[in-house]
Design a protein around this ligand. Structure first.
Ligand code: AMP
Ligand code: GLY
Length: 454
């Protein structure tokens, strides 16, 4: 099959790596791709949001499958446009992508179908929103733009002043354009966060291996929110009991709710979850693979990803047995100095070979996020530059390898967190018998002489 992947970040690099393992994948193309992706897929310069351009490219390439990875083209209806031209696609149609495209839609869906989430109110005028926040007088106040906002549309206001200014910026100054014409003000929740990506064809939902993102820019969860500075899989908080509860209370009800609304979701549905003292709640839905969650999830997939994508398109996902490797995976993001605010570009990255991998060989895989290839050299081209990823029998093993890889790469101003996975390791230390951690459990048993629960 000739497969076209739309997008150009670390997530797309991880998707292409997984697709390229399939014997069904004869040729893989990517648009726009990036420096590192160009080592494993032919790249084109059609923007990921250019619907007509991507349809024309898919025709020119005679693509047998087009996988649309980023949120904006999905929300804009790229899958609908491709299907109208007869292409096999991966990704939800516009009517289903709204689950990420509008927070108001997703909150109303959860309310209507009794899916647990934070309490909320919707506002379109700043005066009423300010009045409500002042009445609630509870901080942090959570203020969210309704639409897509490049991952920057959630403000956790620490006091009244911050809340009022966020409301004015969003509604009155249209900080995120029409995306912030409506806002959601919601209850502040606490607890560990768990990301669960799932495959679904609307009939069956298959949760992937769980993961944990690290959203803040600096160690100890300090600094600004980013797209994600690193991930680990599986997430130790996602025990077998919790997984069962999520399936009953969140995953299946969401799939059923979307069907009942005539918005069947086909593709990867991302559940952003929080384990609160009052039980598990949905923080957000994304209509796509997460970034950088995908970088630690797909390397653990044993089943052929092309087969999975085909099965979803043909509504026979239930026939597949989707399997995962044991052990753990860790991804450490190397970002440009200054990210998530302004940062320089075009800085040479040292330590990579001509394929964009670590020079001299290594047990890590480097997923490229913001890089370009120029005159045979890799240069920085974005905020998040590289995702240095490693698998291990244990989480500690995976993290050690990933950090060893990071030390072999350098570019001026490079910034990374040194505590990716630290919280997950702590959780494992406090209860090392979590299911899904076979190798950790074996080490623990050896050291402590206790028995497995299962
Ligand atoms: P999002 O961009 O929707 O992923 O939200 C960014 C981050 O804001 C989430 O990962 C949470 O850490 C935090 N967040 C969002 N909603 C809430 C909430 N209701 N209570 C506490 N934290 C939240
Ligand atoms: N890492 C969070 C996201 O992809 O939205």
């Amino acid at each position: 099959m000739k497969i076209l992947v739309v997008g150009g970040g670390g997530r797309e690099h991880a998707i292409i790596s997984a697709l390229s393992k399939s014997p069904l994948a004869e040729k893989i193309y990517c648009t726009p791709g990036n420096g590192g992706i160009s080592a494993c897929a032919e790249c084109f310069d059609v923007a990921a949001t250019d619907i007509e351009g991507v349809v024309a490219l898919a025709k020119k390439l005679e693509a047998d499958l087009v996988a649309v990875a980023p949120d904006d083209p999905l929300v804009l209806g790229m899958v609908d446009a491709l299907q109208a031209e007869g292409f096999m696609t991966f990704g939800p149609k516009k009517s289903a992508a709204v689950i990420e495209g509008s927070k108001v839609f997703s909150k109303e869906l959860m309310k209507k179908y009794g899916i647990p989430t934070a309490g909320y109110e919707v506002f379109t005028d700043s005066e009423s929103a300010v009045k409500y926040v002042k009445e609630q007088n509870s901080y942090p106040a959570v203020i969210k733009a309704d639409g897509l906002a490049l991952g920057k549309g959630v403000i956790l206001a620490q006091n009244e002043e911050e809340a009022v200014s966020a409301i004015h910026e969003m509604i009155d100054e249209r900080k995120f354009g029409d995306s912030s014409a409506r806002i959601v003000v919601e209850e502040y929740l606490t607890g560990p966060e768990v990301s669960v990506l799932s495959f679904t064809d609307g009939k069956t939902v298959v949760p992937m291996i769980s993961s944990m993102d690290h959203k803040r820019a600096n160690d100890n969860d300090e600094g600004l929110n980013t797209g994600g500075m690193g991930t680990v899989s599986p997430n130790p908080y996602y025990t077998e009991d919790i997984a069962k509860e999520y399936m009953e209370k969140i995953f299946l009800p969401t799939i059923n709710a979307m069907n009942a609304e005539g918005r069947t979701f086909e593709g990867c549905l991302y559940f952003g979850l929080m384990l609160t003292p009052k039980g598990p709640k949905v923080i957000e839905y994304n209509c796509r693979f997460g970034d950088p969650e995908t970088q630690v999830v797909l390397p653990m997939l044993k089943t052929d990803l092309v087969e999975i994508m085909k099965a979803i398109y043909e509504h026979r996902l239930g026939e597949l047995d989707v399997e995962w490797e044991n052990g753990s995976c860790a991804c450490v993001i190397m970002a440009s100095g200054g990210y998530p605010l302004s940062y320089p570009k075009d800085i040479e990255i040292k330590g990579l070979d001509s394929n964009g991998q670590i020079e001299g060989g290594s047990e890590t895989t480097v997923f490229h996020a913001g890089t370009k290839l120029s005159g045979g050299k890799f240069l920085t081209a974005g905020g998040r530059v590289l995702g240095v990823t490693a698998k291990g029998l244990t989480l500690r093993g995976a993290l050690d390898k990933a950090y060893e890889g990071v030390k072999k790469i350098s570019f001026e101003g490079a910034h990374y967190r040194s505590d990716i996975g630290a919280r997950a390791l702590k959780a494992l230390d406090s209860d090392p018998l979590h299911l899904g951690y076979k190798d950790d459990m074996e080490d623990y048993i050896e050291e402590n002489g206790v028995y497995l629960r299962q």
